[in-house]
Design a protein around this ligand. Structure first.
Ligand code: ADQ
Length: 494
């Protein structure tokens, strides 16, 4: 029996749970699967509850006849059970989308919420676009609520809004539903950190933003620290009455509950993939330090390469014995800052490889691109050390995926305390990525750690991640929104 929700779940996210693309052969629209853990966990609940998913399809479509394609008969992905009527695409003009997505979400909220305010650009027209797009999403959510009541009139839908792209949508949905006499439950979850009041107040329209989030009944963050930051902001910026202990906020005569909900991964799926994946890298005496990230300045790639260079200087015994293998997924490639970061990284890798390479060995191997899930699982399984060392990160799933895939010789996780994962994954070797010298020492320690210590640490890490996987997270989300059904199969509402 899967996870039971008492409410039909209407997920609202920037992206749909799959990409819609044109089949080059037939010219028809088809679904292309995305393999994220969130989709794997949440899509079955949407299917089960006859819910809906509202999001951008990845296309700018001028053709009015566009419709979401049905899943193909051979589709065995978690979204296969989602009928096209359950998928509501948001279609936006290119310029508006660009102002909202690149101008506001990526150029302002992303750096600001990662406590890097110097990188954040505050522009009123981009904020206007953000609000407009949030309203567009909200209008489609209201249609979805109507549809939901038509299908299951006795069940109050749960509107579950995701992430920093949609912090302003809730009040529009709430007010319109109120006017139209539609009862809804509303929850919000933020996938990135929520920073302190001192950072949030730099955003010129912070009050509106906070009020936007408070339009929901329950609000979730990965860490207690993020929850407390949010509560503090509502108190200091909006003057709300708050109860820190019970994590409650009073706003407009309503009480909003705040919840610590650390996200996780489909643990067993990764174990299975690691057990089944063929070896991808040919055997060699070298030890592999693995890093997997989106190419983003928050992920600390530059600091990591510099620390690796220091390792080779300080501990020359690793020369010809160790490889740093960096997999970087292209991200936000039309933003100048990301293009510059890529150039900086290309240059740095070239310098380090030029400096240390020998005729039969280069220190850094680098893939800039996407790899398959099976390859990823094989890399995780066969690495000696994983370097998960962001400068700041809401949670970081790579740390958890690595641990799940450690099905053979136990490796070592090196983790930054500035990733949300650093709070619970205590058996990792912790390192401050800004301390380059110490970082090199920690890499050395990881590479030379005795097997019994590696085993002990990895066992604990694996046990915790197995217990608290993505389904554990989802159950807690539903519980916090007062929607968790009876898992014996009964589901009740009203
Ligand atoms: P992200 O910043 O995208 O997510 P992360 O949590 O590390 O960061 O997730 C990245 C995902 O991409 C992982 O599932 C990983 O397997 C996958 N991936 C990475 N490299 C890949 C490659 N080359 N090919 C294919 N897949 C690859 C945001 C927040 C995080 C938070 C998550 C979830 O920034 O802090 O953990 O949301 O809430």
């Amino acid at each position: 029996m899967g996870i039971q929700s008492t409410s039909p779940m209407i997920v609202v996210a920037n992206r749909l749970p799959f990409v819609v693309a044109k089949d080059p052969k037939t010219g028809n629209y088809i679904r292309k699967q995305s393999a994220g853990g969130l989709v794997t966990a949440v899509a079955p609940v949407v299917v089960e509850t006859e819910g809906m998913w509202v999001g951008w399809s990845g296309l700018h479509i001028e053709d009015d006849t566009f419709a979401i394609p049905e899943s193909s008969p051979d589709d065995n992905s978690p979204t296969a059970g989602l009928k096209s009527e359950q998928v509501i695409p948001v279609n936006l003009p290119r310029k508006l989308f660009d102002d909202y997505y690149n101008g506001c979400c990526n150029a302002c909220f992303w750096p600001l919420f990662h406590s890097m305010p110097d990188r954040a650009i505050f522009e009123e027209d981009k904020w206007d676009a953000y609000r407009e797009v949030n309203e567009e999403f909200a209008k489609l959510v209201i249609q979805a609520v109507h549809k939901s009541y038509k299908k299951t009139p006795d069940r109050i839908p749960l509107v579950w809004i995701h992430d920093y792209h949609l912090m302003y949508a809730a009040n529009y949905i709430r007010d319109t539903c109120n006017d139209e006499g539609l009862e809804v439950k509303m929850a919000f979850f933020l996938h990135i950190p929520f920073p302190s009041w001192d950072i949030i107040r730099l955003f010129p329209w912070a009050d509106e933003l906070l009020q936007g989030i408070l339009g929901c009944d329950s609000v979730g963050f990965h860490l207690e620290d993020y929850c407390l930051n949010f509560i503090d902001c509502c108190h200091r910026k909006l003057g709300c009455r708050i109860d820190r202990q019970r994590m409650l906020i009073e706003h407009n005569k309503r009480t909003v509950s705040v919840h610590t909900l650390p996200i996780s991964i489909p643990y067993e799926r990764f174990v299975k993939m690691a057990e089944e994946a063929p070896v991808v890298m040919k055997a060699s005496p070298e030890q592999l330090l693995l890093a997997v990230d989106r190419l983003d300045y928050t992920k600390g790639l530059v600091h990591r390469f510099k620390a690796f260079e220091r390792l080779l200087e300080k501990y020359p015994e690793h020369v010809e014995k160790v490889n740093l293998f960096q997999v970087a997924v292209p991200s936000r490639t039309d933003v100048k800052e990301y293009q510059e970061l890529k150039e900086e990284i290309d240059k740095l890798i070239g310098q380090i490889n030029g400096r240390f390479s020998t005729p039969n060995w280069s220190p850094i191997r680098y893939i800039y691109g996407c790899i398959t899930q099976a390859q990823l699982a094989a890399f995780y399984r066969d690495a000696s050390v994983a370097l998960v060392t962001p400068l700041r990160d809401g949670m970081n799933l790579v740390a958890k995926e690595f641990v799940a895939c450690q099905t053979r010789e136990p490796g070592v996780l090196v983790l930054s305390p500035f990733a949300g994962a650093g709070v619970t994954m205590q058996e990792a070797l912790m390192v401050n990525p800004y301390e380059i010298n110490h970082f090199a020492d920690v890499m050395h320690r990881a590479l030379t750690m005795p097997k019994d210590e590696r085993e002990l640490r990895m066992k604990q890490l694996r046990r915790r991640e197995k217990e608290r996987d993505v389904n554990f997270w989802l159950r807690n989300v539903l519980k916090s929104a007062d929607c968790l059904g009876d898992e014996s199969g009964e589901s009740k509402n009203r």
